[in-house]
Design a protein around this ligand. Structure first.
Ligand SMILES: Cc1ncc(COP(=O)(O)O)c(C=O)c1O
Length: 362
């Protein structure tokens, strides 16, 4: 390994405080964190240290001006007991796409990938092995100048924290398409995984929940007609045996999901027609009335493959034929993806990265 990294192991593990029978999501954190500082235009030596609070300056520029980006990825317990990462190079590429958009320094590949492998190796006892469970990894980069004034920060912190998690959604979800709020617009930061995008989505989701929905189905910001994504997942629609999903690019309006890309790759491999193009919500409504709206589902690291039970729009509600659970396509995707991640299905596409055992446990 090229990476020079200092390791300070915790004297005590909190693992016995965790209720592994009811993990929830993002509730528990492992014993360590990975931390690296960027200053004087260079990355300083990374460290793995005991999990701890950070102290912050009240003028911390991430808090005031929002230079804060992150990733979400998972380490899985493989059939042979080892730990694997799923397509980590995709998350590395995406965090750097986000970094460029937000005028932040890019993260070197060895810091991100090798740092994560070493970190996951140290936390390997925390990877849960139940159905739908994994160690969720949260790389995070934010601006740390203590300075008031709108300009890119000169100093940054890169952190990785980890949380053993269960399923994010335990059942099909109901989404609301509405025209009052938008998530992203062409030329904005929709394709960046930046904190403000999530803050901006909260009010719409809160109001949707009051109307009996779980999430928003975001429409495009200009015509308020084309389906984009949800706040936690990319979305797919199966109409008349063809599959549609919104187009994604680094300067686009949706997040370039790793699960989205994996789903498209598998679907094409299986011979399905997949269209990455704008789909008007009226076309979905029409298909519903014709009886050809077969399935709808979301894809995401946290959500895996989650079926949509219903879509609310303009005081009406439509639902795919498969509205109480997985349909044939989402079921096959869910089983294949989770099978590859856990080692019960061969990793023919080389998506998994093994975590070597660097650190012998005493
Ligand atoms: C807004 C948004 N879209 C899509 C996704 C799915 O992306 P991925 O499959 O890389 O987790 C996420 C989750 O990270 C998200 O937050």
């Amino acid at each position: 390994m090229e990476l020079n990294i200092e390791i300070h192991l915790s004297a005590y593990s909190r693992i016995n405080e965790v209720n592994f029978n009811d993990l929830g999501f993002g509730r528990y954190f492992t014993d360590h964190l990975l931390i690296a500082t960027y200053k004087e235009k260079a990355w300083q030596t990374a460290k793995i240290i005991p999990f701890q609070d950070l102290s912050i300056h009240p003028a911390l520029s991430a808090l005031h001006y929002g230079q804060s980006i992150f990733e979400g990825m998972k380490a899985f317990k493989y059939t042979d007991g080892s730990a694997v990462l799923f397509r980590p190079e995709k998350n590395w590429q995406r965090i750097n796409t986000s970094a460029r958009r937000l005028c932040m320094p890019e993260i070197p590949e060895d810091l991100f990938i090798e740092g994560l492998k070493l970190f996951v190796d140290i936390e390997r006892n925390w990877i849960p092995s139940g159905q739908g469970e994994a160690l969720y990894l949260r790389p995070l980069l934010f601006a740390t100048d203590s300075f008031l004034g709108v300009r890119p920060s000169e100093e940054y912190l890169f952190l990785v924290i980890a949380s053993p998690v269960g399923k994010y959604y335990s059942q099909p979800i109901r989404v609301l398409a509405q025209k009052q709020y938008v998530r992203a617009v062409r030329g904005g930061v929709g394709a960046a995984k930046t904190a403000g995008n999530y803050a901006a989505s909260l009010l719409a989701v809160q109001e949707a929940k009051k109307k009996g929905y779980d999430q928003i189905l975001w429409l495009d910001a200009i015509q308020l007609s084309f389906v984009e994504e949800s706040s936690t997942m990319n979305l797919f629609f199966v109409i008349d045996d063809a599959i549609y999903t919104a187009p994604a690019s680094p300067d686009g309006t949706i997040l370039m999901g790793v699960t989205r890309d994996s789903a498209i790759t598998l679907l094409k491999k299986w011979g399905y027609e997949v269209y990455e193009k704008p789909l008007n919500i009226q076309d979905i409504i029409q298909a519903y009335h014709k009886g050809t709206f077969q399935e709808a589902f979301g894809t995401g690291t946290a959500a895996s493959i989650t079926p949509l039970a219903a879509i609310g729009f303009d005081d009406q509600e439509i639902m795919p034929i498969a509205n109480t659970g997985y349909g044939p396509i989402s079921q096959r995707l869910y089983e294949t993806l989770t099978g590859i991640q856990r080692g019960t299905i061969a990793d023919e596409l080389n998506w998994l990265v093994r975590v070597p055992e660097y650190i012998p446990f005493t």
